[in-house]
Design a protein around this ligand. Structure first.
Ligand SMILES: Cc1cc2nc3c(=O)[nH]c(=O)nc-3n(C[C@H](O)[C@H](O)[C@H](O)COP(=O)(O)OP(=O)(O)OC[C@H]3O[C@@H](n4cnc5c(N)ncnc54)[C@H](O)[C@@H]3O)c2cc1C
Length: 142
């Protein structure tokens, strides 16, 4: 991102918030986080969330909540507001931080019904603790 560029970060969960913080530190111009939920930072532990969100506000990051992105064009992002109207946000760059989901792996297709344990994010994207717990449980049951 060149200094002064306007960036839309779409998705305001942990990855989106941390990306916005990084962009500010790297000298981006107006950084805007858009999320369709009423609050950003969902899923982040409360004290960290409060600190991160106040840091973002203090450094001029525009936070648009209840803003559902419906279309991206080269220089603008369209989003639907809670009242059903649509607005356009002028931007130079877009970062997508829309989350992720597990998908089956082709690697296990050839195993002819043998037991396959799918653990951690491969089963359900979550966090370190969930992945470690799943590994520990599997270790105790195999
Ligand atoms: C940007 C970001 C920030 C995060 N921050 C946090 C946080 O602060 N706290 C927290 O608790 N969680 C956080 N998470 C979530 C956490 O990283 C994951 O939940 C956790 O790493 C899941 O562990 P895992 O072992 O299932 O998968 P991973 O840690 O993703 O490990 C999978 C490994 O498999 C390897 N791999 C994939 N395909 C193949 C292949 N075909 N052959 C060989 N190797 C392969 C990958 O290279 C990788 O090393 C974050 C995730 C992201 C993306």
């Amino acid at each position: 991102v060149a200094p002064g560029e306007r960036v839309a970060v779409i998705g305001g969960s942990a990855t989106g918030c941390e990306t916005a913080e990084h962009l500010v530190v790297r000298g981006a111009g107006q950084v805007t986080i858009l999320d369709m939920l009423p609050h950003i930072g969902q899923g982040i532990e409360q004290i960290t969330r409060r600190h991160l969100v106040s840091w973002l506000r203090k450094h001029g990051v525009q936070i648009l909540t209840r803003a559902k992105v419906t279309m991206i064009e080269p220089n603008q992002v369209f989003y639907e507001k809670a009242d059903g109207t649509t607005e356009a946000l002028p931007v130079d760059r877009v970062a997508l931080a829309l989350g992720w989901r597990a998908r089956g792996s082709k690697l296990t297709e050839q195993l002819d019904g043998r037991q396959v344990l799918s653990l951690g994010d491969a089963s359900r994207p979550a966090d370190f603790v969930a992945a470690i717990n799943a590994g520990a449980d599997a270790g105790l049951t195999v």
